[in-house]
Design a protein around this ligand. Structure first.
Ligand code: FDA
Length: 320
């Protein structure tokens, strides 16, 4: 009983409050408009975003490939509410797959189902995905469905299972260790035989459904072990050195999984893992709709916010 009380009335720490506020701000259209139209904002975004157009993203992938790192391209965009925009976004991905094929770089793609129209209708989202998966199948490519906030988890998994049962096995899912439901979802994915990218989770979720930081880390390790044992080539997406060291300690076959990290984050560690013979895939986002992605990256690490505020302060006119 005492334990339950402590959890219910736990006072959030400063980092947690900051994280919550930044994640809350990531939904603000006014802030998004201001920051993405601000030259300084655009410059700061290059810390995490490979550029605003596909050419810049492909250049970034070429540089990564030259260091032995593969990639997953994400054309930024989410929470689309207009059907024409969702259809355009799907067409954009078909074109990206075509360009990847021509350019010969080593990269697959990651996409968000709310960019494909999930919030409008499941049928529209499915039609859009099937267009993309058909193109991907034609050229032997792989498509990863990113995971979004818990409002969408069940729908994303349902749509994924639907396309999988239709025979599109060239796609994989993402599961988030911070959700209490995820162990069941991992079992479901293992049963299905699909590839899973395991991450901690990047959205603001209530304690009724999500673990705290320590619980998330423990769950991550437990689920990583399960996925490695099941043998469907999991992607272990984390920059957490303690977890990475734990995985290394299990001495898994380096060809049976890949580590995954975000573009621009812990690049030294990325290089070290490649040097040690592990497979490493970088998640490379590009496009002009970078605001929500950028805010989630700031929320993950308070030092990122300090860096951002210092740059902002230096750019402001000095008042006399
Ligand atoms: P943790 O947050 O504990 O960070 C460990 C250490 O890594 C930090 O101490 C810091 O040194 C470094 N670090 C982490 N984030 C950093 C940052 N932004 N800037 C600088 N340093 C940082 N989430 C989701 O909900 N759905 C998804 O589909 C995906 N997809 C995805 C793909 C890939 C390839 C990765 C790596 C991550 C995701 N994520 C995601 C994001 C994920 O859920 C999580 O928010 C971040 O990876 C941060 O968690 P870590 O596991 O790195 O641990």
């Amino acid at each position: 009983v005492t334990k339950k009380r402590t959890t219910m009335f736990r006072v959030p720490g400063a980092d947690e409050l900051l994280r919550g506020s930044l994640l809350h701000m990531s939904d603000s259209r006014a802030l998004a408009h201001w920051l993405t139209h601000n030259p300084l904002g655009r410059r700061l975004a290059t810390r995490f975003v490979a550029g605003e157009d596909l050419d810049s993203a492909i250049d970034a992938v070429r540089v990564l490939n030259s260091k032995g790192i593969t990639a997953s391209l994400d054309h930024l965009g989410e929470a689309i509410t207009n059907p024409a925009e969702a259809i355009d976004a799907a067409g954009g991905y078909v074109a990206i797959l075509g360009r990847l094929n021509q350019s010969g770089v080593d990269s697959n793609v990651s996409l968000k189902l709310t960019q494909m129209g999930l919030d409008i209708s499941i049928t529209l989202c499915l039609d859009n995905l099937i267009r993309i998966l058909e193109k991907a199948q034609e050229i032997g490519q792989f498509v990863r469905f990113d995971m979004e906030s818990s409002h969408h988890t069940s729908d994303i998994l349902r749509v994924f299972e639907d396309v999988w049962q239709r025979g599109y096995s060239n796609c994989g899912i993402v599961l988030q260790a911070y959700l209490q439901r995820t162990e069941r979802d991992v079992d479901w994915a293992i049963e299905l035989g699909c590839r899973v990218r395991l991450c901690k989770g990047a959205y603001a979720e209530p304690p009724t459904i999500a673990f705290d930081k320590a619980g998330t880390d423990l769950n991550y390790v437990k689920l990583a072990r399960k996925l490695l044992d099941a043998g469907h080539y999991p992607g272990l997406a984390t920059h957490d050195l303690r977890i990475i060291r734990q995985v290394e300690g299990w001495q898994p076959d380096p060809a049976s999984f890949e580590f995954q990290m975000l573009y621009g984050v812990r690049t030294e560690l990325q290089r070290r893992l490649v040097g040690d013979g592990y497979r490493l895939r970088a998640y490379v986002p590009f496009g002009s709709d970078w605001y929500a992605y950028f805010m989630r990256r700031l929320a993950e690490r308070p030092a990122n916010l300090m860096f951002f505020l210092t740059q902002l302060k230096d750019a402001l006119p000095v008042s006399r």
